[in-house]
Design a protein around this ligand. Structure first.
Ligand SMILES: Cc1cc2nc3c(=O)[nH]c(=O)nc-3n(C[C@H](O)[C@H](O)[C@H](O)COP(=O)(O)OP(=O)(O)OC[C@H]3O[C@@H](n4cnc5c(N)ncnc54)[C@H](O)[C@@H]3O)c2cc1C
Length: 506
């Protein structure tokens, strides 16, 4: 099982497709949805190719809050089926498919003067309902403990940056958090590749039908033929299949240091004034950073390759977060920002109310398109899309096998805890951490713990084709402008070395 993705494999596989090889399932788009579909189809024994315009996780999938969430929000809107689906998929990801890339995240809702006693009781009831979903999904309480009320001193011990003057306690609950959303996509793509899927990046599709796609490769156009085609291009889906009508919604996050926010490992969930069901999130990451999000605003106009956080979102998030902290956050604390577009299907109503359900559509020409959904439910989305492809193409395949298919690097938590490698590497590479640790351990700079070996691994195993892939998607150095500049030269040099020695060994 060869899970390694690199430039040589890409060139060989593209040549085979250009020479006329016909695959069962051709997937367009290398986000979490497309990579999930490639894996589901390959695991059923189907032949698969995936074409991604830029790089794995180039689109929305790298701009998420990185939560594997249990569907509480959908429950609040009365959508029990969607909430249950989310809780089930969270459990599968955290216990079976990707324990190495996920952890249990403690989340604290501080109870200060802005939250009335009635409001607190309402929120506590919601958290209990979320725990009922967890139980229904059979996710162990040892992994995601039930919610509980904590005293003011305990709340302060969990989040020392909270304003204490009017703190009467907090509500503590647990949800799933990914090490990194882009790494989940890479792990899915590599697992699919290990089962024979052709995963091609830098392969923009310019047109498609129900049985073919036209791909730009440098200055030439290549036709790739397939028995079925699945358009999984997220917020760009309407460009390839104009009958697909989306209503994108923009979500912004800011990046601040955990020290500035006064946080340790516990996230803060901050009620947005005037709403009982909307919250801002301060999400601590393993690298001493906190992501502060998130907004949900309608987005009109052309879809940019890389969306930008609007200044009004920055002000709003700083204000909401500061409303619970002892030391208000200011623009000077913002180390970086990012924004992503949710690929929501057009429907009447406010964009924040549009359903996060996924839908598989069939175009007049027979191409399938999958839109909506979320990172947490990628596996179920992929299962539904491949079921539709199998039916449409009359393909010979059994049911989905991905529920119990560990991604590359995955192992039960009990096994992961025995692996002899730094915790930082285990959270990124799982069982492969020992191999990465054996490579050059020199940090990129004295202040950035990412090692030269990690860059080499990205080029040799994870399909990184240039320094930008490493800076922005195999690592997340690009989220902080200062880190990006500090690391760029060294990463460029390391990528060139790794690419050169790879081509010498081929
Ligand atoms: C701000 C924000 C926060 C979120 N937070 C969470 C969260 O915490 N948890 C959660 O579960 N969900 C979350 N979501 C939802 C989740 O991120 C998305 O639903 C999911 O990432 C969409 O993945 P996708 O693969 O469908 O789209 P994308 O990731 O956008 O992938 C589409 C891919 O198609 C490629 N492409 C486009 N056109 C072409 C073409 N012509 N040829 C070839 N390739 C092409 C793009 O380059 C891109 O890589 C969040 C969304 C947003 C916006």
């Amino acid at each position: 099982m060869n899970t390694a993705l690199d430039a040589g494999r890409r060139a060989e596989e593209l040549a085979a497709l250009a020479a006329g090889e016909v695959v069962d399932v051709l997937v367009i788009g290398g986000g979490v949805t497309g990579a999930g579909i490639a894996l589901d189809a390959a695991a059923r024994g189907l032949s698969v190719a995936l074409l991604e315009a830029h790089d794995l996780a180039f689109g929305t999938s790298r701009w998420s809050s990185k939560l594997v969430h249990g569907g509480l929000r959908y429950l609040a809107k009365g959508d029990v089926a969607l909430a249950h689906e989310s809780a089930v998929e969270r459990g599968i990801l955290m216990t079976s498919t990707a324990p190495h890339l996920s952890r249990s995240l403690p989340q604290l809702i501080p109870l200060q003067s802005t939250v009335s006693r009635g409001g607190a009781a309402f929120i506590a009831a919601g958290l209990r309902a979320g725990d009922a979903l967890r139980r229904a999904a059979r996710t162990p309480s040892a992994l995601l403990p039930p919610p509980r009320r904590v005293s003011a001193p305990e709340a302060l011990a969990l989040a020392p940056g909270l304003r204490s003057s009017d703190l009467r306690g907090g509500l503590l609950s647990f949800d799933g958090q990914l090490t990194d959303d882009a790494r989940l996509v890479v792990a899915l793509a590599r697992t699919a590749a290990g089962l024979g899927a052709k995963i091609l990046t830098r392969a923009p599709v310019t047109a498609l039908t129900g049985t073919s796609a036209e791909v730009r490769d440098g200055s030439r156009l290549v036709e790739v033929r397939a028995r079925t085609v699945v358009n999984a291009t997220g917020v760009w889906a309407g460009k390839l299949v104009p009958s697909v009508r989306l209503r994108p919604s923009l979500g912004t996050h800011l990046v601040v240091s955990a020290d500035a926010a006064g946080l340790g490992g516990t996230a803060l969930t901050v009620p947005i004034p005037g709403s009982r069901s909307r919250f801002a999130l301060l999400l601590p990451q393993a690298d001493g950073l906190v992501y502060l999000g998130l907004t949900d605003e309608p987005f009109d106009g052309d879809i940019p390759d890389v969306p930008v956080a609007p200044p009004s979102d920055v002000d709003f998030l700083l204000e909401v977060a500061s409303s619970v902290l002892a030391r208000p956050l200011t623009a000077g604390d913002v180390l970086g920002s990012y924004a992503g577009l949710r690929p929501l299907l057009d429907a009447p109503g406010r964009s924040a109310d549009l359903s996060r359900k996924h839908t598989v559509l069939t175009s007049a020409e027979g191409a399938l398109t999958i839109v909506g959904g979320k990172l947490t439910t990628y596996r179920r989305m992929a299962e539904d899309a491949v079921d539709a492809a199998v039916a449409a193409g009359n393909l010979n395949a059994g049911p989905s096998r991905t529920r119990r298919l560990p991604l590359v690097g995955a192992a039960p938590r009990t096994v992961l805890s025995t692996i002899d490698a730094p915790e930082r590497l285990k959270a990124k590479y799982g069982t492969e951490a020992t191999q990465v640790a054996a490579l050059d351990p020199t940090p990129l700079t004295p202040d950035l713990p990412i090692t030269a070996g990690e860059v080499e691994w990205a080029v040799r195993k994870e399909g990184a084709l240039d320094a930008e892939d490493v800076l922005h998607r195999r690592t997340r150095l690009g989220l902080v402008g200062a880190n990006l500049e500090a690391a760029r030269e060294r990463v460029t040099e390391l990528v060139a070395n790794a690419s050169e020695s790879r081509s010498r060994t081929v």
